[in-house]
Design a protein around this ligand. Structure first.
Ligand code: GAL
Length: 382
């Protein structure tokens, strides 16, 4: 290439970069910033298809796992997808990490519902462990199961090892003997949502109802603490109460230790991070695919007590979390106290077109704050 052409290409790159547009290098899109809500192309120029996702960082690479969504269907027709990146802006399609089954007997048969997959790495076993919310084909949201899949390789293929409710036959740590032994049961109520019913719910109505079968688990995330203990955090009790359940050392099972958080608080879409020994959790309310105001919870211990704070979002559309719902919080590697709020702007009629709302977590008076940016980059954390 002669000098003139080289300068011309250099100039075009500069102009594109200053507009935040992807720059094409050897046919690969090159992003240098985040543009929340816009189409986000992978290395093949296709809008990333990894909704309700989460990220695991391994050996210098971020891996983004998410729900593959179809043109018209929210059902799992493909499985859980995986993308990789070293800079968080540019993502390479790594294909399908967990594939749905053609076998009608399989819990993950094509047409089942697979939501909010999260992957963590277990250094002891050398296995990557994926948890996701699983609903059985044709059964709506009735099953409220969690499924576990494992792989030796981060990008998969992941093999389903089990799916079930959570902690059958176990009481939460923070439920009193009186609540455990209460004879109040669901059949005592003709109607839901009355003040009496809500009081009974808070006192453990559904914990007792689901005690034998195990607790419901829908929207969920995973968290690995500094001491390598891992936790499954999920919406339980008909999405009314969050639970935090400790996992065994191999991350494949529960230790039986778990707590209820905000009984009756209707928290979904939990996303968690830890900063300077304190735990922060951002959740949403419960309005299906429609956005609502985020919530913030903090605790000094993962098992609580957790304190509820007002919506951390600020500014225009804060009451709708900028038209999005939380899914994960990414600790940015190599930068101190740098965290990215990762959320979905669902498009239930054309699910494949769902958008990703990634925003920096800023802090005011020690608490996380979310502000809208049309465009931003990691230098915000410097
Ligand atoms: C949302 C939930 C999503 C999905 C949806 C179905 O509240 O966060 O993951 O389950 O409901 O309506």
């Amino acid at each position: 290439m002669n000098l003139k052409n080289y300068l011309l290409i250099f100039l075009i790159h500069l102009i594109l970069m200053s507009c935040g547009l992807p720059v094409s290098v050897n046919g690969q899109n090159k992003y240098t910033s985040f543009t929340p809500g816009e189409i986000w192309e992978d290395n093949q120029g296709v809008h990333i298809n990894a909704h309700g996702g989460g990220i695991v960082y391994h050996k210098g690479v971020y891996y983004w796992f998410g729900e593959h969504k179809g043109q018209r269907s929210n059902a799992a027709l493909v499985g859980v997808t995986c993308y990789s990146s070293t800079d968080l802006y540019n993502w390479k399609n790594e294909g399908v990490a967990l594939t749905v089954s053609d076998d009608e007997e399989s819990p993950i048969v094509k047409g089942s519902t697979i939501e909010r997959p999260k992957v963590i790495y277990n250094a002891k076993t050398g296995k990557f462990v994926m948890y996701f919310h699983l609903e059985l084909k044709g059964k709506g949201y009735e099953a409220a199961n969690v499924a576990v899949a494992v792989s030796d390789d981060v990008v998969g293929p992941y093999q389903l090892v089990k799916n079930s409710r959570v902690n059958a036959g176990k009481w939460p740590l923070n439920m009193t003997d009186e609540q455990r032994n209460s004879t109040v049961n669901s059949a005592d109520f003709d109607k839901w949502w009355t003040p009496q019913w809500m009081e009974a719910l808070k006192e453990g109505l559904f914990i007792r109802r689901d005690f034998e079968e195990g607790q419901m688990s829908r929207d969920m995330t995973l968290f690995v603490d500094d001491d390598n203990k891992a936790y499954h955090i999920y919406s339980s009790e008909e999405n009314l109460t969050l639970h935090i359940a400790e996992l065994t050392d191999d991350f494949l099972d529960y230790t039986g230790i778990y707590v209820r958080v905000e009984p009756g608080g209707h928290n979904e879409a939990p996303a968690i991070f830890k900063k300077e020994g304190r735990y922060f959790m951002i959740t949403s309310g419960c309005t299906g695919w429609d956005p609502n105001a985020a919530r913030l919870l903090t605790a000094d211990h993962i098992m609580g007590p957790w304190t509820l704070h007002p919506n951390p979002a600020r500014g225009e559309d804060a009451e709708l979390t900028f038209h999005s719902q939380s899914t994960f919080i990414i600790p940015v590697q190599g930068k101190k106290d740098a965290f990215i709020f990762m959320a979905d702007r669902w498009r239930p009629k054309t699910p494949i077109d769902g958008r990703y709302i990634w925003l920096p977590i800023l802090f005011e008076d020690g608490l996380p704050v979310l502000k809208w940016f049309d465009e931003w980059d990691l230098s915000i954390f410097n």
